[in-house]
Design a protein around this ligand. Structure first.
Ligand code: XMP
Length: 510
């Protein structure tokens, strides 16, 4: 490997890819590998540091994931986080015991002066713990370097063996000094320089794709959003004209969106086929109310359309998708709960007639995808387009989806976007859209009683869509938007404002 590398051994924790992105944020190349990756494979990558992630079980459990203990003899600095900490302690003879946690699990930790890992930080700080097990004693040769009220062994280190471990999570915002602690590990202990940039990700990925696809053909699902566009441009750079893109107009797009995105694709010289499948999607969605069902139907129909197009073209082995990491995590994995099925992950049918699905961005977060997009020379106007979900307005019509409801939603969304742009808030707000709630209520218009739809306005700021904060649009702008929508859009007589953050809500309503 050309760049200094950190290996992250994945023991199944919820935040593992977040650790990876924190490492990348420090301009360091890292790879997430399964916990049981053979030692020879790890050594071949010549890592300068190794991180053991958290995981859902107790290290003494019979089924507990265990790495090859030979890893401790490599002389490479190792940082164990949460389960990783217990695994290190247990491997060196310490026992593990259950601990009680408060609901929010944020504790004040006291760090030892002598600790290399906590050398240049405040000696008292909040840390987030999500573990239900902890070490019973420090293993021999290890020093205890942090404690909290409920956990007397919150961190340990063995300087001569270069082993460092703690029970809390440095990768999430609830541990405010987490970044500095990771930096201490990376730069002071592993002596890394930070020689990697996001454009290296693009260059490496293009090479990998070249090797993988060779002279075969690939079909790319293009939606007009930044994720699929960045994926397509990377594949185009790898295989040129052997990339055929399909843009499915499923009738769930915003106003004029189909024509607009086709124009943009033309500019990039992408080979795009537009499939008008509006009626087909609406037929399948008729009478469907359950949001998971809707997502699955949209996901399946997407794939069926691609399969049919692939058959027409013939000789296509690969399907390319712009899936990014939050789509995967929210759709649930083997040991992580389903939050909602994103159409391109949990919404995929079980049987797919492609040799392989390629998802070049599956380990990245949205803001990282944007960095890759800029590195590839894609226009800022496209790179900073607000995210738009693959199922489109389908996740914004609550209840049954009909053409009439979609037209109402499209119109309200258009007005909302126009006013946000006029107010110069379009680059400030991460995502803003209208939702056609399933609710109708009584109103009055021109002295007549109305019984019409309630439309919700949603606006959030976010960094990576994993969490989001509702955005306080000034009242005078809200007033303009509200008046315009009820005056200009038939069948809408009430506007409400969604003022919830994520969590507990998600960004989209479905
Ligand atoms: P949520 O609603 O889960 O959304 O907070 C996080 C981000 O993902 C987008 N989103 C989707 N994107 N297919 C997609 O391609 C989907 O099914 C889907 N659901 C949500 C959402 O717009 C937000 O940016």
């Amino acid at each position: 490997m050309k760049y200094e590398t950190v290996i992250i051994l994945d023991f199944g924790g919820l935040y593992n890819q977040l650790i990876a992105r924190k490492i990348r944020d420090n301009n360091i190349f890292c790879e997430v590998l399964p916990f049981d990756t053979p030692l020879s494979e790890i050594k071949a990558k010549n890592p300068k540091g190794i991180i053991f992630t958290g995981g859902p079980v107790d290290a003494t459990d019979e089924e507990a994931p265990l790495a090859d203990k030979g890893i401790f003899e490599l002389g490479i600095p190792i940082l164990g986080i949460c389960y990783g900490c217990q695994f290190i302690g247990y491997s060196f003879g310490s026992d593990v015991m259950p601990v009680e946690l408060n609901e929010n699990s944020v504790y004040n930790a006291e760090f030892a002066d002598s600790a290399e890992l906590f050398s240049n930080i405040n000696k008292n700080a909040d840390v987030m713990m999500s573990n239900t097990y902890a070490l019973k004693e420090a293993p021999s040769g290890f020093e205890i370097t942090a404690k909290t009220e409920n956990c007397i062994i919150a961190a340990i280190e063995n300087k001569s063996k270069k082993l460092y471990a703690f029970q809390f999570h440095p990768e999430i915002v609830e541990t405010p000094l987490g970044n500095q602690i990771l930096k201490n590990f990376l730069f002071n202990i592993c002596n890394l320089k930070g020689d990697w940039e996001m454009n290296e990700f693009a260059l490496n990925m293009i090479e990998t794709l070249k090797e993988k696809i060779g002279s075969k053909k690939a079909l790319c699902a293009l939606s007009g959003g930044v994720d699929s566009t960045v994926s397509a441009i990377m594949i185009q750079k790898a295989i040129g004209d052997n990339l055929i893109c399909i843009f499915v107009d499923h009738g769930l797009m915003r106003l004029n969106e189909g024509d607009e995105v086709m124009e943009v694709f033309k500019k990039f010289g992408l080979n795009v086929i537009r499939v008008n499948a509006q009626d087909r999607f609406l037929d399948k969605l008729k009478d469907v109310i359950d949001h998971e069902k809707k997502s699955k139907i949209i996901g399946e129909e997407f794939i069926r359309v691609f399969e049919e197009e692939a058959k027409k073209i013939g000789d296509i082995d690969f399907l390319v998708q712009g899936t990014i990491y939050p789509d995967i995590i929210e759709s649930g994995t083997k040991d992580k709960a389903v939050i909602k099925s994103h159409h391109n992950v949990g919404g995929l049918p079980d049987v797919i007639n492609f040799k392989e699905i390629i998802e070049p961005l599956r380990d990245l977060f949205k803001d990282e995808v944007r960095k890759v997009g800029l590195a590839l020379g894609i226009d800022e106007s496209l790179v900073f387009r607000q995210p738009f979900p693959g199922p489109g307005l389908g996740v914004r019509v609550i209840g049954e989806i009909t053409k009439e409801k979609l037209d109402i939603l499209r119109h309200t969304d258009f007005i909302y976007r126009e006013e946000i742009k006029k107010a110069n808030l379009d680059r400030v707000i991460w995502q803003y859209f209208t939702v056609l709630t399933g609710l109708k209520s009584v109103g009055v218009f021109a002295d007549e009683r109305t019984y019409a739809y309630t439309v919700a306005l949603r606006a959030v700021t976010s960094v990576d869509a994993m969490t989001a904060t509702w955005y306080p649009i000034p009242f005078d702008i809200l007033d303009i938007i509200s008046k315009r929508i009820v005056n200009e859009v038939p069948h809408v007589n009430r506007i409400v404002l969604d003022i919830t953050s994520k969590p507990p809500a998600t960004i989209e309503w479905e």
